[in-house]
Ligand binder design. Structure first.
Ligand code: SAH
Length: 596
């Protein structure tokens, strides 16, 4: 998500975590600063928690306590839950567990119950900025489908679809390719009941909305907020997934529905399904990537069909562990209950020694780094779920064919501490009012590549390449021209501003919501061996090629200009975008019809 690029990269990332990580001494050790040794038993490591609840700066002076209490932040439901969890565990929890709870706790998690996107929310993502983002990803899918030999059935899986805007723009735009559109079978991997409802509306589905299934799934034994990756060792508290049927966002009316069908009410544990009004195809919802099994759902028709996966600003929401080198060895940053006289309810502490996560994750990740990267390394952030997702995607595309597209704010190398919190388009403290701010980290693409390579899957990684190269290579400029040809002056201004945000550079002093995403966001591809999806293949082969040459496109690549995207799709401009293109700015085809 667009949370802004603080000058100087990760060290100045605007997060208190980044600042703290660069000043190890500012973090109290979890043992109260005594440096008590961790108890090591074979390979299992336990933390000595005996002194964890000794407040660092505790005062018994009633006046001091009263003054401190007056400045105490309001306690969120999630903060209460986290403090209970810390007490129950008998000590601090990992930053990863804190992040997982803060974002996806079924009842109080940031994503679980509200719409957090857009100008009125906390942050803006590319698909919300301009319809062209979803359309270009659609062009990438059509182009890759061509390279796969135009299979009659193609599984399209989106991880973390947010409001569903990208998929809606993709399905609307690719309706210009009827054969492709008909081949699609869409799966949405979403953990938030609230967002599942929004996605249902955005895709113009009919039938039983996903919240009904969430309620029935809550009764199923495995109804915890299972991560997209699974298997990381991070735990999330389970709880009932509360249904919120009043959350419909798009306000779509029945006459806006395309060829929609009606899905029967899902039984407990069954995937939610609808039929999208955009392409008349089946869409199903899942809580994790592991649940997505097209063979089981499709029977013989879908057996063995290749799949394309889209993870747009998904990996940055997956929980990270942060480790720090100290005189006691590698320690982990943990989240503990704060003392009563602290203004916050939670505080960051350092483990007194190694932790199970450090033991399991660090050796592997350190081994993947080059000698130069390891030299002088004082801190390291590891996102095991992102690595597990990459590994799973690698296996999937190797076994079934296809490719995965990852787009996120990141770099081709490790971060020491990139986690940051954003509320209302401003950076805030990580621990302040948990559950009410977005938490995101930056993606380490080298960790994804290493995970795919280590898995031994017959898959290869391409990129990362700057988002600008990716979009220009797919023909965003031509698409802009098409849309401008019939736009009103107001629409034209919104389209130009959106284009600039998507492919432009971050200019010095720009406000958070104005910065360009062209190079800070990167596109990355995990493909079945031998497949070189456009424009990754071209960039890899000719790194120094000019952007202008990439724009021109080659061979059977479906650029937006040649494709006449939207021509068969009913509507020209039609985005759920909010920053530049307002939802109310939807234009019927009679108003805007893409030219040329
Ligand atoms: N792709 C969208 C939304 C990005 S926000 C966009 O670019 O606009 C991150 C999304 O991932 C949200 O939909 C959030 O609910 C979902 N998400 C976060 N953690 C998840 C997890 N562990 N499993 C599945 N979905 C998750």
């Amino acid at each position: 998500m667009w949370r802004g690029l603080a000058a100087g990269g990760e060290a100045d990332g605007g997060s208190d975590s980044a600042a703290a990580a660069s000043k190890p001494s500012s973090i109290p050790a979890a043992d109260g600063g005594t440096g008590a040794a961790a108890a090591v038993e074979g390979t299992l490591v336990a933390i000595d928690r005996s002194a964890l609840f000794t407040p660092q700066h505790h005062s018994h002076d009633p006046a001091v306590l009263a003054a401190a209490a007056a400045h105490k932040e309001p306690e969120t439901e999630l903060a209460r839950h986290l403090k209970a969890l810390i007490q129950f565990r008998g000590g601090p929890i990992s930053l990863a567990e804190f992040m997982s709870e803060a974002l996806t706790n079924p009842q109080h998690g940031y994503y679980s119950q509200r719409d957090v996107f857009g100008a009125a929310g906390d942050f803006v993502t590319s698909p919300e900025i301009s319809q062209m983002m979803g359309e270009m990803v659609g062009i990438w899918c059509v182009s890759t489908w061509h390279q796969l030999g135009r299979p009659p059935r193609l599984h399209l899986v989106e991880l973390g679809p947010g409001r569903g805007t990208l998929m809606a723009d993709l399905l609307r735009g690719t309706a210009a390719f009827p054969e492709f559109s008909k081949a699609l079978r869409v799966s949405m991997v979403e953990v938030s009941p609230h967002l599942r409802c929004m996605q249902w509306d955005a895709l113009r589905c009919q039938g039983t909305p996903p919240d009904a299934a969430a309620a029935s799934a809550a009764a199923a034994p495995d109804s915890s907020s299972s991560p997209g990756a699974g298997g990381s060792g991070d735990t999330s508290s389970s709880g009932s997934l509360s249904a919120d049927s009043s959350s419909s966002s798009s306000g779509s009316t029945s006459d806006e529905q395309g060829e929609a069908g009606t899905a029967p009410p899902p039984a407990a544990g069954q995937a939610v399904r609808g039929v999208s009004g955009w392409n008349g195809g089946v869409v199903s919802w899942h809580r994790s990537l592991e649940e997505v099994d097209v063979d089981a759902e499709e029977g013989e028709e879908g057996e063995g069909c290749p799949a394309l996966y889209i993870a747009h600003e998904f990996l940055d929401a997956l929980p990270v562990h942060q480790f720090q080198k100290t005189e006691r060895g590698w320690c982990e940053r943990l989240v503990d209950a704060a003392s009563p006289d602290s203004p916050l309810h939670l505080r960051m502490v350092l483990s007194p020694g190694t932790t199970p996560a450090a033991h399991l994750l660090l050796p592997r990740r350190l081994q993947q780094l080059s000698g130069a990267q390891r030299r002088g390394l004082e801190a390291l952030e590891v996102c095991p779920q992102a690595m597990a997702v990459a590994e799973s995607l690698g296996r999937r595309v190797a076994e079934r064919g296809g490719a995965a597209l990852v787009i996120d704010y990141g770099q081709d190398g490790p971060y020491t501490s990139s986690l940051q919190a954003i509320r209302r388009h401003q950076f805030v403290s990580l621990l302040e009012q948990p559950g009410t701010a977005d938490l995101s980290n930056r993606v380490d693409y080298s960790a994804l590549r290493s995970s795919v390579a280590d898995s031994g899957a017959a898959a290869e990684c391409l990129g990362p390449i700057p988002q600008a190269l990716f979009l220009l290579g797919l023909g965003i400029e031509q698409r802009l021209e098409q849309l401008l040809a019939t736009a009103t002056p107001q629409q034209a201004a919104a389209l130009r501003a959106g284009y600039q945000r998507l492919v432009g550079e971050t200019s010095e002093g720009a406000a958070l919501h104005e910065e360009g995403m062209g190079s800070s966001y990167q596109a990355f591809c995990i493909a079945q061996r031998g497949l070189k999806p456009w424009p990754f293949g071209a960039v890899v082969e000719e790194e120094e090629e000019e952007v202008a040459e990439v724009e021109a496109g080659e061979g059977d690549q479906a650029g937006a200009g040649e494709a006449g995207i939207g021509e068969g799709g009913g509507e020209g401009v039609g985005t759920a975008g909010e920053q530049q293109q307002q939802p109310g700015d939807r234009q019927p085809a009679s108003n805007i019809t893409p030219g040329s």
